[in-house]
Design a protein around this ligand. Structure first.
Ligand code: 6PG
Length: 249
């Protein structure tokens, strides 16, 4: 199924709409199944969305927040995805700490990946071989089309059975401090009930065009990894090279 493409005038409008949809899906999931689960991405784009979500007055009871990926740094490090999420969302909402599921970036990466897998297995009560099905997989995209910490050429892009893994992003354009990471794997991204991708800014325009209009090759364009219900929340700058992006506002 083709993803939905929602184009907004500004990064703020895209972020707010993505945040509202995230909360709407979580509320519905909680009504239907008793809990709601979301995995959130890092980088810098989600900040605006997190601030909007924090100010929404949303009731976080029985909502579990996980990370899509983390850089292997302590949680208070400047490039920690958890730190960004904490500063812009977690510090401002009322949520039981047991509902916050952090990747422990301060540990050796293999150990951090194993602990994260254990957390997912126990929270989702997974039988051996089962993958967690998130209500919302909130994804971002880098200018090279990476999503989560799955970068172009990463062999794990072919993995359909693993839950999470440690990766070594050995790219000249990636700062050494952000080289080692832990990420959810493609099988988990693909089975999410809803995937919401937030990508804004002119530096994403070329990658977005390749991902949405180019031929399918997730090894080269990891953001092509998809799930049955997938929507892109983008701004005008990011949509510059798309031929027929639907206008939402
Ligand atoms: C990470 C992310 C990553 C992110 C993109 C976009 O740890 O790097 O989770 O997948 O979504 O790199 O990052 P920006 O929002 O900073 O452009």
């Amino acid at each position: 199924m083709d993803p939905q493409i929602l184009t907004f005038d500004t990064p703020l409008a895209a972020a707010e709409a993505c945040g509202d949809r995230t909360l709407g899906i979580l509320d519905k999931a909680r009504k239907e199944r008793g809990i709601g689960t979301v995995a959130v991405s890092g980088g810098s784009t989600p900040r605006l969305m997190f601030r909007h979500m924090a100010q929404s007055g949303f009731d976080w009871t029985n909502i579990h927040i996980f990370q899509v990926d983390e850089r292997c740094v302590p949680p208070d490090h400047q490039v920690s995805n958890f730190r960004m999420t904490k500063e812009s969302l977690l510090d401002a909402i009322k949520i039981d700490p047991g509902q916050i599921h952090r990747i422990k970036g301060e540990l050796a990466r293999e150990e951090a990946a194993q602990l994260y897998i254990q957390d997912l297995v126990s929270t989702f009560r997974l039988a051996p071989g089962e993958l967690p099905v998130f209500d919302v997989m909130q994804r971002g995209m880098g200018p090279d089309s990476h999503t989560a910490s799955l970068f172009p050429g990463e062999p794990l892009i072919g993995d359909r059975t693993g839950i999470a893994a440690a990766v070594d992003v050995d790219k000249p354009y990636i700062d050494k401090v952000m080289r080692y990471r832990v990420t959810l794997l493609p099988g988990v991204l693909e089975c999410a009930r809803h995937t919401l991708c937030l990508a804004t800014g002119a530096d994403k325009a070329d990658a977005l065009h390749k991902v949405l209009r180019g031929s399918r090759d997730p090894f080269q364009w990891p953001s092509q990894i998809s799930s049955p219900d997938m929507a892109w929340y983008i701004d005008k700058a990011a949509s510059a090279q798309l031929d027929k992006a639907a206008s939402a506002r």
